[in-house]
Design a protein around this ligand. Sequence first.
Ligand SMILES: *Cc1c(COP(=O)(O)O)cnc(C)c1O
Length: 379
Amino acid sequence: MVSCSPEGAPAARRHDFAAGQAPLPQPVLRQVQRDILDWQGHGRSVLDLAFTTEDFRGIARRAQESLSRLLKLPPAYHVLFLQGGAYAHFALTAMNLMGRVRSADYVITGHWSSRAASEAARYGVVRIAATAAPFGFCRIPRECEWRLDPSAAYCHLTSNETANGLQFHWTPESAAVPLVADLTSDFLTRPLDIAKYGLVYASAQKNAGIAGLTVVIVRDDLLERALDTTPLVFNYGQQAQDGSRVNTPPTFGVYVAALMFEWMEAAGGLAVLGDAGRRKAATIYGVIDQDDYYRCPVLPADRSQVSICFRLPRPADEQDFLAEAARNGLCNLQGHTLRGGIRACLYNAVTDEDAEALAAFMQYFSRRRRSGRRSRHLS
Ligand SMILES: *Cc1c(COP(=O)(O)O)cnc(C)c1O
């Protein structure tokens, strides 16, 4: 991990591009700070609200209602606030949805969809309906290239491949079976046509708050298919029936999510956030495309607006880039541990100013490297 201030001196302005935990917006942090000491003037901390109280139910209701407004959620869906993280729900979606069919289709586009498929394979047959492996995970297979099984229990995709920098910019239309998506890294960063999905899930710590909460949104007709071996606390049907209170839910995570959803509504909703996301991404890709010092291997049509992955000429250049960026207050730019390179995550709390600071640093760094090389040649 690159430290942001190696000499212990605070950077003039810190710009955080972490993949997760993602930075939280300042107004949300300030509200959390107040409520930890004195929740809404009740003289007690929000941290110790019992989940059975009407106070906590009110918080969960606010979270659920705000999220439903953001997504324009149709009435046929349940919102669940569960634990486990997306990695647990790779297995749990399979346990809850495989049913008697015991076979599901997976679309493999990179690191996280591969993990999802491996976990699901413990509970049934996993068919690979399409894979980006032959394209080096730099291009998403088009829907006409998918080989779907019409009798599959569901078809699973990963909307944004956080480690590879690929993102779906379209929603499959022809899936005759319920579409299931891991939305963890682009949840609520742009409009979502939820009616096209049977089930979506997302860990909260990337766009919807803090670690410990997983949001699951499921269409009611899919709530009756769980395998008998599914743990009760992870049985989506049971949790839907009990308002996500089969056991203690991640109460603080639900509280922070409520603040995040309301902050997004105040920001203008998903269309506005999507436009801002496109603008921030264009700032960084603009530098990559104009400056041949940087290279993004992903097909432009499939590039992620949220996880921008790029390379420099040599790994040693990337190490220098990361260290100097950190000294300039540009933090957490290292690529995924298994893939290396540079990665800038542009979640909702990352501002235009953050993206512009990174773009300016990239231009400065490559210019200096070029003139450095030239002066070495001259001497
Ligand atoms: C981060 C991430 C995960 C893993 O989330 P956990 O909360 O660590 O389980 C899964 N899928 C995607 C797309 C991610 O970005």
